[in-house]
Design a binder for this molecule. Structure first.
Ligand code: FES
Ligand code: FES
Length: 168
């Protein structure tokens, strides 16, 4: 089988893996132990596989791993810092926005991307940002409330995407 090297930064750490040209980012991340990246529809419809690629949410089931070469990827495993949950993770728990939790990683990452570019979104903007993430348990009321609560508590300083170390 033909293989190729892949060098990406995942959650701030440079990773060098060997992949097949047709491997999906979803499959490679899960193969390497990032199980917070969920396998749902595998058709770009449910958002369960969402990761941030250079700060933007993408469905990793629709991205070839090779396309992420040299890029910065964030999965839900990279969100907590120093043993502390990210405010979005705390807010989702506090607002009862997590039931089975299958959609939560993708939804939280989509919300993070929104707050990074728009620290004080309207409810409509939050709903729009989460529209690609299906939840079969809680619906959207509680996740939307959780995101708005985080925005309300923030001091308004935009949290820009920070590029990680890149290998090329
Ligand atoms: S698994 Fe990728 S969008 Fe559903
Ligand atoms: S919490 Fe179960 S799918 Fe959203």
């Amino acid at each position: 089988m033909k293989t190729m090297p892949l060098c990406i930064t995942v959650n701030g750490a440079v990773r060098q893996w060997t992949i097949a040209p047709g491997d999906l980012l979803l499959d490679v991340l899960r193969r390497e132990g990032f199980f917070g990246v969920k396998r749902g529809c595998e058709k770009g419809e449910c958002g369960a596989c969402t990761v941030l690629l250079n700060g933007k949410p993408v469905n990793s089931c629709l991205v070839f791993a090779a396309q992420a070469d040299g890029c910065d990827v964030m999965t839900i495993e990279g969100l907590a810092s120093g043993g502390e949950m990210h405010p979005l993770q705390e807010a989702f728990l506090e607002h009862g926005a997590v039931q089975c939790g299958f959609c939560s990683p993708g939804m939280i990452l989509a919300a993070k991307a929104l707050l990074d570019r728009q620290p004080h979104p309207t409810e409509e903007q939050v709903r729009e940002a989460l529209a690609g993430n299906y939840c079969r348990c809680t619906g959207y009321k509680k996740p939307v409330e959780a995101v708005l609560r985080v925005a309300e508590k923030s001091n308004g300083a935009p949290r820009r995407h920070k590029a990680g170390a890149i290998c090329r």
